[in-house]
Each structure stands twice: as C-alpha cells, then as structure tokens.
Design a protein around this ligand. Structure first.
Ligand code: H2U
Ligand code: ZN
Length: 345
C-alpha cells in the first residue's frame, strides 16, 4: 500500500479508533518559517508572576524562595479530597457520581524565562524525580487510582503563565482515555501474550521511518496513527509499567530525551513551541497491570508555522480526526532539525 499517495484510514491500536489521512494535500508547497512569533520572555524573575519564588499567589499564599523545583496544591483545584459520596441514576439516562482527587502544580525551575528545552539535563532530571515522588505519594493513597501528570505550554494550549510548570491531577477513578488505553493494552496482552507498545516499538525501530531520536533507554517517534501534525510518542525500550521501575540511568535518559524532543520542537518554527504533553502509566489501584507500558504523549497544535494551527473542527468534531501531512513526513522534518537550541542555550 502506498501511504504517500491517496486518502486512507490508519488505526490507532492504543485507543482502538481510526484516523483519516489525506497525504495528497501535502503536495501544496511547504512555506516554513514565514511568521515572526512572539519572542520568549527574557526576564529571569517577574514580580507579577504567581509561580516565581517569593511571590504571592492568587489566593494570598506566598511561594517559598525555592531553588530547583516547587510543588503546591492547586489553589483552584478541579478535584479535592473531601467530596461527599453521592450518585444519581434516573432510568440509566441521567447518571452521575461524585469524584474526589487532588490537583497540584509543579514549577520546573525558579527561572521565569526558561522552558523544558532550555533547562539543563540535570534540572530536567529533578523534574523526572518529582514526577516519580508525586506518582508514588499520591498513588499510595487509598482513594487515588490514577495519577495524571501533564503540561500545557503556550497560550494556544490554554497555558496561563510562561513560567515553566506542569500539573498533576490525581483521580479517584481512572479517567476516560487512560482507561481505554489500559483496556486496549490488556486485550492485546490477553490475545498475544505480549505487550502492545513493546511490539509496536520493536516494529518502528526496525523500520526507522517514523523514529525521531533515540538514546539507550528511550525512543521518540511520530506514531503511525498521529493526529496532531508533529505529535510525538516517547517510549521506553524496556517494559516499564510506571516511572517507579526506572533506575537512575533510565531517569537521566528520560530527561535527555525530553530536552532533545522539545529543543527540536522549538527549532521547527524558531519559537517556544506550544503543546500539551502528558504521561500515561499504570493505575495506582493496587492491581499488577502487567499490560501497561509507560509512555509520554506530546500533542502540539501548530501545523505550518508559528501562526498556522490545526483545529479539530468541522469533520473532526462530527466524524473523525483527520490529518494532511503524513506521520512519515513529520518525522522526517523533526529528524532534520538541530538539537542545539536556536536561542543558543
Ligand atoms: P496552566 O498550567 O494551564 O497554565 O494552569 C496553571 C494552574 O495554576 C491552573 O490550574 C493554578 C491554576 O488553577 N494556579 C494556582 O494554583 N494558583 C495561582 O495563584 C494561579 C494559578
Ligand atoms: Zn515566574
């Protein structure tokens, strides 16, 4: 089958759904870097930033003069622990149940102007360690069954502040998408006896067409079923169910891969590249979950330049996700970029 010529559907085995690919539309010329994006922040400390050390947050709490990372309970948490247990079911049509949880914010660095690609690998490694610490501590709580670690970067993704930070939402129940990924991995494991993402990665590493970068422990690739133009899936080559199984070397390799992917992203349109990024790993419900393979998704919205963005509208809201540039072409573009950040750090 020629995947570069005609419209076709590709299957996403992790979610069990199809996406539409229209590769003929990429025959339009590539215009590249035509827009002048907003220059990134250059001030190392912003007195009006609610995440900078020593500053007052929206609800009046003062941040400590932190050095390194800083975690706090979100002042406007979407989930909180003391929720009365209630439920509603009217004819299986009006159905609701209470949901408890905990939301935290994680500052990656005291420096207001830095982003993931501009942090040194040891500083990113500290972020990886906090992810592990928070996953373990929150996951150890009886009422918490899933820990969702994520980052929104850039105004396009609804990020409220350029200060480098991410979020952690710990849920009483496994949320919809990780739950579906879990079921798909479990089905695959039951029917083949092996791991879906171990097998998928082995296939990608043997074919190379969608692999962007590798180190000893991790590979970053544009998945065959990518929906976002420069979507990336970061996968460990070892079967880790969660971040807790990674040793010192694996955590350093994770930090190395994160720096290299995000640097390539910034170099694509010479800007601080927006994305939503998040970790999927096994639930913390006390079960073994041998089927779960740790991974990290990057979903960036930009398509052709700093200002041309993909929107999931029209056909995609009503029918199914669709993309023009193929995963193979996106991987080729990302592979061709430098791993030295364009700002020189
Ligand atoms: P973004 O990562 O999408 O920018 O969200 C930042 C979070 O920070 C958001 O969930 C929280 C908001 O509730 N926040 C605080 O906890 N304290 C503040 O003083 C402002 C924002
Ligand atoms: Zn700040």
């Amino acid at each position: 089958m020629d995947l570069t010529a005609h419209p076709h559907r590709r299957f996403n085995p992790l979610l069990g759904e199809w996406i539409l690919v229209s590769p003929h539309r990429t025959k339009r010329p590539w215009q590249g870097k035509t827009d002048a994006p907003q220059p990134p922040s250059t001030i190392t400390y912003d007195p009006s930033c609610y995440l900078c050390p020593g500053n007052r947050r929206a609800e009046g709490v003062i941040n400590p003069a932190y050095d390194g990372t800083f975690v706090f309970v979100n002042d406007f948490s979407a989930l909180y622990p003391e929720v009365p247990e209630e439920s509603l079911n009217l004819a299986n049509l009006l159905v609701a149940e209470s949901e408890g949880g905990i939301c935290k914010v994680l500052c990656y660095s005291p420096r207001h102007d830095l982003t993931m690609p501009r942090l040194a690998v040891p500083a990113i490694r500290r972020v990886v360690d906090i992810w592990a610490e928070q996953y373990a501590a929150l996951g150890a709580r009886n009422e918490i069954r899933f820990v969702q670690i994520f980052e929104n970067r850039g105004a396009q993704m609804g990020c409220s502040n350029p200060h480098p930070h991410g979020q952690i939402w710990a849920d009483e129940r496994v949320p919809v998408l990780p739950s579906r990924e879990g079921e798909r991995q479990a089905d695959y494991h039951r029917s083949t006896g092996s791991c879906l993402l171990c097998d998928y990665l082995a296939l990608e590493l043997s074919r190379k067409e969608r692999v962007v970068l590798e180190n000893d422990t991790f590979a970053a690739l544009v998945p065959f079923w990518a929906v976002w133009p420069y979507e990336v899936l970061l996968l460990p080559k070892v079967h880790y169910g969660s971040i807790m199984e990674m040793d010192d070397k694996a955590r350093n390799d994770c930090a190395d891969a994160l720096k290299r992917i995000t640097t390539r992203y910034d170099n694509l349109f010479l800007m601080s590249f927006p994305y939503s990024m998040g970790i999927h790993q096994k639930p913390t419900d006390g079960e073994d979950h041998g089927e779960w393979h740790f991974h990290l998704h990057f979903y960036p919205p930009l398509l052709r330049s700093a200002t041309v963005q993909k929107f999931m509208v029209g056909y995609e809201m009503l029918a199914m996700p669709q993309r023009d540039i193929t995963a193979e072409l996106a991987a080729e573009k990302l592979r061709g970029l430098s791993e030295a950040h364009y700002l020189g750090t």
